[in-house]
Write a protein that binds this ligand. Structure first.
Ligand code: ADP
Ligand code: ADP
Ligand code: ZN
Length: 208
């Protein structure tokens, strides 16, 4: 099954994707995670995108589309994939349609207040990328990843200044994708506001 997870930053896309990987055995492809790995490795791609991402803006379409096109050519996507954080613009969605057939677009439905609460409290492991939250999902030891012992930190783009910008970018450039995919009959809404366990159940119900 070829799935897109669509929703504002902090909606819980990455968290649900990690669970769906275990259920459907398809890879989780997060463009944000790919960019963060490139930044950590100081690769040419990482150097090109760091300032843009830290500032809460979008990486250009050509770069992002090329990255996803290449990733979807890998054999592990043959049984399906979860695209998390892509497409984020109409141009990206149109490009994707040229090289892959999407089965369903999962639209994360939750109030703005919950989005802000999740985004501002998010912490991430510097080493393995695992997500935490200061209230909803704390590591056993403060600042230390339960899974790998890595340092748990606040992403630069999760600081207050960048959050406002990212939510504005979402409204302006990404939210139009809801209508785009609804018109194609591919959109399903998932109530993303309850606990992670309940969101997993809601997801299972809409793809059944
Ligand atoms: P979040 O999980 O908060 O939605 P992501 O990890 O998906 O954030 O993305 C982090 C940043 O990486 C974005 O703010 C943007 O700068 C860049 N990025 C990720 N995916 C895309 C994309 N499809 N197009 C352009 N930029 C992207
Ligand atoms: P996205 O990938 O959409 O940007 P994340 O999966 O990174 O969102 O989740 C954002 C924050 O909210 C993280 O700190 C995560 O631990 C927390 N979170 C995710 N899902 C839930 C949920 N159902 N209930 C409470 N907190 C959640
Ligand atoms: Zn870790």
């Amino acid at each position: 099954m070829n799935l897109i997870f669509l929703g504002p930053p902090g909606a819980g896309k990455g968290t649900l994707a990690a669970r769906v990987v275990e259920i459907l055995h398809i890879p989780h492809i997060s463009t944000g995670a790919i960019f963060r790995t490139a930044i950590a490795a100081q690769s040419p791609l990482g150097k090109k995108v760091k300032a843009i991402i830290d500032d809460g803006k979008l990486v250009d379409d050509a770069t992002t589309i090329a990255l996803v096109r290449e990733r979807l050519m890998q054999t592990d996507t043959h049984a399906g994939y979860i695209l998390d954080g892509f497409p984020r613009t109409i141009a990206q969605a149109e490009a994707l349609a040229e090289f892959s057939a999407v089965d369903k677009v999962i639209n994360f439905d939750l109030p703005d207040s919950a989005v802000l609460e999740r985004l501002s409290g998010r912490r991430v492991c510097k080493n393995c990328g695992l997500n935490y939250h200061v209230i909803f999902n704390k590591p056993a030891q403060d600042g230390v990843c339960d899974s790998c012992g890595g340092q748990v930190y606040t992403r630069v783009d999760d600081r207050e200044e960048a959050i406002a910008k990212r939510l504005a970018v979402y409204r302006e450039q990404t939210e139009p994708l809801i209508g785009f995919y609804r018109d194609k009959g591919l959109l399903v809404d998932v109530d993303a506001s309850p606990s992670v366990e309940k969101v997993v159940e809601n997801f299972k119900a809409v793809i059944a």
